[in-house]
Design a protein around this ligand. Structure first.
Ligand code: SAH
Length: 366
């Protein structure tokens, strides 16, 4: 039965639900297949993106998030430009190849200008060598365009939940939190020419297998280039914590996340898939396991120590103060993977898509 599904070259919704419900023995068949498909399409190279969470100031009030606007207990910070640029230098020096700027969501002309400046500076100090991903939430198209023109070429914006009803259950019902706006942002980013990444949280309250299957079909349908998804983890000081007793166990959320990654690799063989920090939060080797079943990107956190503990999205988020390079390198070697140092590690899916469509002019890719 599972073998028959795995032999297909495309899955329908009920196939995906069945794959998500696999027991341990069956899921090993899924993982074996996804590992083979990954090897064939993107190989055994893991790309690093040095992640800097430069500010936790946020105008949104997402019910799951530890740095939501209304949280009174969060100490708000905003790193200085020079601190961000220092981190970019570290990423460059360490051969990470790519840098990610992430923060809470704010929209204003000063913020737009500041990011534009930072992007140009990062390009300058790295002799145009560092690839840049940004993850700065919902913005208008003009802002996205300015940031693209300033040197960002990849954008991460998780849809969080692709079902509009579920989305409405985990966000306030107001104009700052419109599903349709988030979706429109993903489309604008794509039109501008970014490599676009999205993703969802897995194991949310109210979420069903059907929702998760639809999440994967949504990603396929909007033809994403990258994905970052991981388990939902509760944060004590958020509204969704009230539903804590209804959650799947952490172990189940973790194994469901692995299955989601594996199925997505089968559905979209040549995209980039990140092994999320939330996986690592549940299992020390969560990221390595994600790599084994289909992921090919890791985002080591290089946020300066003084800010690290204030970007506390969920309980028990790892706070390694030490740079974990050697540790990760050894672990990845043990699972027969190498690290793509000094490479952008762009999405092959994006490249292949654009090669087919000559009207589209992608930014030069390393
Ligand atoms: N503001 C930016 C990104 C900041 S948070 C944006 O909107 O794109 C980055 C991601 O952390 C979010 O997209 C969300 O999926 C995840 N996250 C937030 N709270 C979480 C929680 N409690 N458990 C798991 N992931 C969470």
């Amino acid at each position: 039965m599972i073998e028959q599904i795995l032999d297909k070259n495309n899955f329908n919704k009920s196939d995906i639900i069945r794959l998500l419900q696999t027991n341990e023995i069956e899921s090993n068949l899924l993982f074996k297949k996804s590992a083979t498909v990954k090897q064939k399409n993107v190989g055994n190279i893991v790309y690093y993106r040095g992640l800097v969470e430069f500010s936790n100031i946020c105008k949104k009030d997402c019910y799951y998030c530890g740095i939501r606007h209304s949280s009174q207990t969060v100490r708000r910070y905003n790193l200085e430009d020079n601190e961000i640029l220092e981190a970019a230098k570290v990423a460059y020096r360490e051969g990470f190849g790519s840098f990610i700027l992430q923060s809470g969501e704010i929209q204003n002309p000063l913020f737009t200008k500041r990011i534009e400046y930072l992007l140009k500076q990062i390009k300058k100090i790295s002799n145009n060598q560092l690839g840049i991903t940004i993850s700065l939430g919902e913005q208008n198209k003009e802002t996205y365009q300015r940031w693209f023109d300033a040197g960002a070429h990849r954008y991460l914006l998780r849809i969080e939940a692709s079902n509009i009803d579920l989305y409405s259950q985990i966000h306030p019902n107001d104009k700052r939190h419109r599903f349709n706006n988030r979706l429109a942002c993903l489309i604008s980013l794509k039109e501008i020419g970014y490599q676009v990444g999205t993703g969802v949280m897995i194991g949310l309250p109210f979420q069903t297998y059907e929702h998760l299957a639809d999440d994967l079909l949504f990603m396929k349908h909007i033809d994403i280039d990258m994905c970052g998804m991981g388990p939902y983890l509760e944060h004590e000081k958020t509204p969704l914590y009230a539903h804590q007793s209804e959650l799947l166990s952490k172990k189940t959320r973790y194994s469901l996340s692995l299955k989601m990654i594996a199925i997505l690799r089968l559905l979209m063989p040549d995209i980039n898939i990140a092994a999320s920090t939330a996986m690592q939060t549940i299992n020390n080797y969560g990221r390595e396991r994600a790599i084994q079943v289909g992921a090919n990107v890791i985002m080591p956190n290089i946020t300066p120590d003084k800010a690290r503990e204030d970007y506390y999205l969920y309980d028990n988020k790892p706070m390694h103060t030490q740079y974990e390079r050697k540790y990760l390198e050894d672990n990845l070697k043990n699972i027969n993977h190498t690290i793509g140092y000094n490479k952008w590690g762009d999405s092959l899916h994006y490249k292949q898509k654009n090669a087919k469509n000559s009207l589209f002019k992608p930014r030069t890719i390393h």
